[in-house]
Design a protein around this ligand. Structure first.
Ligand code: PNS
Length: 175
């Protein structure tokens, strides 16, 4: 039986922190769904379609943070969106028994644990927590948006397609 995991998030936008988690998980599972989920608590900078496209364009840069994604692993990755409905229903639909979450610190764990309890309670879907790479453990999508908007370089924190998209969105917001 193949092992299928779902890696959900806002990915607004994808950072090297996210990409490193995906690359390491691609070693562990036969299929990994990176799912751009609509989070009603956040107003996204990029549309779901743009976020999917940025993820797709960035997979080849996973090696910049120590975990390259060979083509045999890239082919295990499905990039998808979930604009409404429960994540566990998506898991059921694709046959995934596990959710994957990257954890940078205690605050992440505190935020994630209630969701992990609920997802297990609702449908028996387990959550696997993977510690972030210490090199990019402080990187977040909201911080990189702020740095880019204020004219700073985000090249160390995000893949090049994301850096270009952030630069374009920063200049649109100024004009
Ligand atoms: O990157 P984020 O914004 O922290 O991701 C949060 C996300 C999208 C994973 C979370 O909001 C979520 O799981 N949404 C799916 C809706 C759902 O199933 N909710 C009920 C159980 S948590």
């Amino acid at each position: 039986m193949s092992s299928i995991a779902v890696y959900p998030g806002s990915f607004d936008p994808l950072t090297f922190g996210h990409l490193n988690i995906a690359a390491r998980a691609a070693h562990l599972f036969d299929e990994l769904h990176i799912v751009v989920v609509h989070n009603p608590a956040k107003s996204p900078r990029f549309s779901s379609a743009e976020r999917v496209e940025l993820i797709r364009a960035s997979l080849s840069e996973a090696g910049r943070f120590g975990t390259p994604m060979p083509s045999s692993h890239v082919s295990k990755i499905v990039i998808d969106t979930l604009d409404s409905g429960l994540l566990v229903d998506y898991c059921r639909m694709v046959g995934a028994k596990a959710l994957l979450k990257g954890v940078r610190n205690n605050a992440d764990l505190e935020y994630e644990l209630p969701m992990a309890f609920v997802n297990r309670d609702l449908a028996g879907v387990e959550t696997i927590f993977m510690p972030a790479n210490p090199q990019n453990g402080f990187v977040s999508s909201s911080l990189v948006k702020q740095v880019a908007d204020l004219g700073g370089s985000v090249d160390k924190y995000v893949p090049s397609a994301v850096a270009r998209a952030l630069a374009a969105s920063a200049s649109n917001r100024k004009s």
